[in-house]
Design a protein around this ligand. Structure first.
Ligand SMILES: [Zn+2]
Length: 145
């Protein structure tokens, strides 16, 4: 293994900013744990993280572990990079993934040919390292049903 293999990945991908509401989500990503925000008032999951529940405006919110499993709700193959930070990754798949918990997450589906990504495909979370120790949740074809 060369020294280059130990270096953190080049920060080519857009790295999401951390807001106070999303800090627990990103902290968990450092350990490659997917967590979702839940409203304790109406007992529903919330994504993306916010300051108040979008349904009941409750502010008793907490983060709970998520299964990391879901199905593709919609997918689009990007033959050209949508922005400069994705150059060299094309073609890639931008997808809306419905998680088991009942929220929809915008992400990429990776690890299989883009034309094989279809609506209803069972997927599970996988992680791409970011330059600051966080990880970005992506999705790959599920290894078990
Ligand atoms: Zn609520």
């Amino acid at each position: 293994m060369s020294a280059a293999d130990d270096a953190p990945p080049a920060p080519t991908r857009f790295e999401p900013p951390v807001a106070p509401a999303s800090a627990p989500f990103w902290d968990a990503s450092r350990e490659q744990r997917l967590v979702l925000q839940w409203c304790r008032d109406c007992e529903r999951p919330i994504h993306y993280p916010r300051e108040a529940c979008p349904r009941c405006l409750g502010t008793e919110l907490e983060f709970r572990p998520a299964s990391g499993r879901g199905v593709v709700y919609a997918a689009s193959v990007m033959p050209k990079p949508g922005n400069a930070s994705m150059a060299g990754r094309e073609p890639y798949v931008v997808a809306l993934v419905d998680l088991e918990e009942g929220v929809r997450m915008l992400s990429n589906v990776v690890g299989l040919r883009p034309e094989l990504v279809e609506v209803g495909l069972a997927v599970e979370v996988t992680w791409e390292p970011l330059s600051d120790g966080r990880h970005l949740p992506l999705f790959a074809a599920a290894t078990q049903a």
